[in-house]
Design a protein around this ligand. Sequence first.
Ligand code: ADP
Ligand code: ADP
Length: 230
Amino acid sequence: RPMIRLSGVGKTYDDGTVAVQQLDLEVQRGELVCLVGPSGCGKSTTLKMINRLIEPTTGSIEIDGQDVTGQDPVEMRRGIGYVIQQVGLFPHQKIIQNVMTVPLLYGESKAKARQRATELLELVGLDPATYADRYPHQLSGGQQQRVGVARALAANPPVLLMDEPFGAVDPIVRLRLQDEFLRLQDELGVTVVFVTHDIDEAVRLGDRVAVFATGGRLAQYDTPARLLGR
Ligand code: ADP
Ligand code: ADP
């Protein structure tokens, strides 16, 4: 069965804005799916519905076969990592503490949490010996995004949701982050839904790409090769 299944999902905001309509979307285990389309076409809304930050108006969402609307949102989010453009690191905590927060919150011992955080920093390409004890403002934008990815992975989530995670970094750094992220995702086998407005990024990263059209409708859902007619 798919890791994520959206069936007939729609969202109309209280002010009447129709953000998403009749969305059917399946993401297989270990797959990296990019949601792409122009600004305002409902990508973020879709991601927030999967993460239960927003309730759908219609339809249902299943994660690993479980209808998430029937679950406690806080409990459910333990299995989901979430990375946004403004990663929001805790400014007064060292990098290592920022990454340890999640495992500690879930009852991991301090020693284990520190070990896991150190491994994760390594994994996202930040040498722990250099960066663990720095504060967020001492890191570049690209480096802060890496910390955000490490923090999101700290709870070992089977699902990772990313909303324009590399949107605020310059193009050269972004290419590097994309490459590194692809390797990381492959290694961990985590299921990823990745929102971007950049079609190049979507095609580069996605095993499949969901193209949204204005009005929150899914226009196409296919592999990059087939979308590009190759
Ligand atoms: P995208 O991520 O593709 O840019 P969004 O999901 O953020 O699109 O937004 C989809 C539509 O819903 C847009 O028209 C946006 O203005 C509207 N929208 C987003 N959030 C809200 C909200 N809280 N209240 C009302 N309308 C919203
Ligand atoms: P990136 O290519 O990852 O965006 P930058 O060119 O912004 O990196 O930064 C280059 C180096 O300068 C990095 O090693 C970073 O840690 C360091 N650096 C950036 N901002 C600061 C700061 N405010 N204090 C200390 N070191 C910094």
